[in-house]
Design a protein around this ligand. Structure first.
Ligand code: FES
Length: 388
């Protein structure tokens, strides 16, 4: 090995590997590649050898991964990696013109670095920000809606030693500093991750969901990004609150008098130390966002997508497309979707987890039973008769 990595890098490598189960340590390869890149500015042959050595892999295995992903650089890279999206959407909006202007001004082509070692320019494929096109990133932070002049302004400020503020996200750092973060270590600069916020196009879906009363329990789209210290403090307070709410071991159960009306969500509506019903349902003590009724978000989403509830929905759970190519018969789409929701436990993110084995058949039967009570039974029966 021609390069001796620093003690700090070696300590970080041990920390990364310790994040994974002992028999899965090769999963640490991706962050380790970022780590060696954070020291050398690219993944050198020595970096490949280092990763292979600490993970017990051979160099071919490491090289195969390092050469697959474009974020691992194979040649020394400048302090600032300027990536201009020239994919379809950005291209028609002027992305190629931005790239050509920068290439001419800097005197470099794709994956080349200026003589002062400051800027590396590259074409990028879609940067997943088409709604802000044309976009470019500097060390993976976004500059939205750029044009040749504004892009030139950014690179000139960088070459002059400035740190222009990205349109969204955290403030700029060098590529080596970014590689440390990508290896899984926090950016310690004051306020480094609390700058900026999402743009309105990014939040458009959320705003529409709010308008239509669709919400994820406990989620506030305006939640500020907390620093780690603040997040730790909030977590500690929540833990202390939960501990304080635990019932005393000797506390006797209390029974509300028969017929007493206790408003939901008020003290006494749940057992001592138990969360209120809404909290039990969502697992969260934060207020729901604009929930106009007691329906689950999944049911509300189904009703929003299919408000008339009496037309065929080919992809609703429990719906089978006839094999003879005819259009599916009318069915109660809301009931079919609701049955599918009920049959699939929500995942941790609140979304349906997907059909488990047998769920399609069960959903279909439940939907048929529902359809039989609203006059659509004969149509469903004939459809299933075709399929069987
Ligand atoms: S095409 Fe440029 S971000 Fe998608």
């Amino acid at each position: 090995m021609t390069t001796t990595f620093s003690d700090e890098t070696r300590a970080r490598a041990r920390e990364i590997i310790a994040r994974y189960p002992a028999d899965r340590s090769r999963s640490a390869l991706l962050p380790l590649l970022h780590l060696v890149q954070s020291e050398e500015g690219y993944v050198s042959p020595a970096g490949v050898e280092f990763c292979a050595e600490v993970l017990g892999l051979n160099k071919a295995q490491v090289g195969a991964v390092a050469t697959f992903y474009t974020m691992y650089k194979r040649r020394p890279t400048g302090d600032f990696l300027v990536s201009v999206c020239t994919n379809t959407m950005c291209n028609v909006l002027g992305g190629q013109e931005v790239y050509d202007t920068l290439a001419e001004h800097l005197g470099v082509g794709h994956d080349e670095t200026t003589a002062d070692g400051k800027i590396t320019l590259e074409h990028a494929e879609c940067l997943a920000a088409c709604d802000y096109g044309p976009v470019m990133t500097v060390n993976y932070d976004f500059f939205d809606n750029v044009d040749p002049q504004s892009a030139l302004g950014v690179v000139e400020e960088l070459r002059a030693g400035g740190r222009p503020m990205p349109t969204r996200g955290a403030r700029l750092c060098t590529l080596k500093e970014m590689a440390v973060q990508l290896a899984g270590f926090a950016d310690e600069r004051e306020g480094a991750v609390a700058d900026g916020g999402p743009g309105e196009p990014t939040l458009r879906g959320l705003r529409l969901a709010e308008q239509h009363g669709i919400s994820v329990p406990g989620f506030d789209p305006n939640t500020p990004i907390r620093s780690k210290a603040e997040a730790d403090k909030v977590a500690a307070e929540a833990k202390a609150k939960a501990e304080a709410a635990k019932p005393a071991p000797t506390a006797a159960p209390t029974t509300a008098p028969t017929g007493s009306a206790v408003p939901s969500g008020t003290p006494g509506s749940a057992g001592v130390g138990e969360p209120a019903p809404a909290e039990r349902a969502t697992g969260s003590t934060a207020p729901d966002v604009k929930a106009p009724d007691a329906k689950s978000p999944e049911i509300r989403a189904a009703e929003t997508r299919q408000p008339d509830a009496q037309t065929a929905v080919a992809d609703a759970p429990g719906t089978k497309m006839p094999v003879d190519g005819t259009a599916p018969a009318a069915r109660d789409a809301q009931k079919a979707e609701a049955a599918g929701t009920a049959a699939n436990a929500p995942a941790g993110d609140g979304k349906p987890a997907g059909d488990e084995a047998g769920a399609q058949e069960r959903n279909l039967k439940e939907a048929e039973a529902g359809a039989g009570t609203n006059g659509a039974g004969s149509a469903v029966a004939s459809e299933t008769g075709v399929q069987k």
